[in-house]
Write a protein that binds this ligand. Structure first.
Ligand code: NAI
Length: 252
């Protein structure tokens, strides 16, 4: 049987590593051509090599999602090269620092909001302009369990991820009649470089995180990617404006 996304084009931001890379590879496995965007050139080039090894076409664009001109260029290059953008996974994000709100450094606050929240808005802005022209598409934004519940010591991250849930719902309502579905995924603790930075490689802290998940282990980037693929597929044709927790039961 032919893979379901043959002839389709998927764009993934933050795809040089972690969840974004897993998502890019999952789209490639489904037969889509993949546009990999990231600030990390080396990791991005690795991801496109891995996609091509799965027999699909892939391109890398260096792009800082917080910069309007770079996002505009990313979408233009993707359309020039592959002709369309059927699926967009707006996933690039940073964790910021751990500090109580009253001590949170303003420059880190601004950067977290610029990348995590403004970045998703900018990507959607230019993706949707193109999707309106081509007659539809599906967008998945990476929020977090921290987009649906509070968490101590990471107020900027929590605010940015709640903001993503908000603009996801707003965009879903605005474009529901244009064939554009917009959903958010809310991962729990997923074993990526972000978590290694957060736990500073402390195996005890990592074990504590795993214990905190009702399912008793950390999630894998591939488990998140599976949810992204489903949300982009026709099987989710009546799903828009939703927030899908991929969290081993944490929010339950
Ligand atoms: P990661 O740190 O492994 O990957 C993030 C990627 O985003 C990196 O390749 C990085 O270079 C890229 N990036 C950072 N700033 C960028 C910018 N300004 N423009 C373009 N690319 C940029 O992290 P991970 O874990 O794969 O995270 C991916 C997304 O999932 C993030 O939005 C994160 O907040 C979210 N998330 C992660 C969870 C986890 O437990 N790992 C849990 C919930 C959400």
């Amino acid at each position: 049987m032919e893979p379901p996304f043959i002839g389709k084009v998927a764009l993934v931001t933050g795809a040089a590593a972690g969840i974004g890379r897993a998502s890019a590879l999952a789209f490639a496995r489904e037969g889509a051509k993949v546009v990999v965007a990231d600030v990390n050139v080396e990791g991005g080039e690795e991801t496109i090599a891995l996609c091509r090894a799965l027999n699909t076409d892939a391109m890398f664009v260096r792009c800082d999602v917080s910069q309007r001109d770079e996002v505009e260029r990313l979408i233009a290059l993707a359309v020039d090269t592959f002709g369309r953008i059927d699926f967009a996974h707006n996933n690039a994000g940073i964790e910021g620092v751990q500090a109580m709100l009253a001590d949170y450094p303003e420059e880190v606050w601004d950067r977290v909001i610029e990348i995590n929240l403004k970045g998703v808005w900018l990507c959607m802005k230019y993706e949707i302009r193109h999707m309106l022209k081509q007659g539809g598409g599906a967008i998945v934004n990476t929020s977090s369990v921290a987009g649906l519940a509070g968490s101590r010591g990471v107020s900027a991250y929590v605010a940015s991820k709640h903001g993503i849930v908000g603009i996801t719902k707003a965009a879903a309502l605005e474009y529901a009649r244009n064939g554009i579905r917009v959903n958010a995924i809310c991962p729990g603790t997923i074993h990526t470089a972000m978590i290694d930075r957060f736990t500073q490689g402390d195996p005890q802290l990592l074990a504590q995180f795993a214990e905190g998940e009702p399912i008793g282990r950390l999630g894998s980037p591939e488990e998140v990617a599976n949810a992204v693929i489903w949300l982009c597929s026709d099987k989710a044709s009546f799903v828009t404006g939703a927030t899908l927790a991929v969290d081993g039961g944490r929010l339950a």
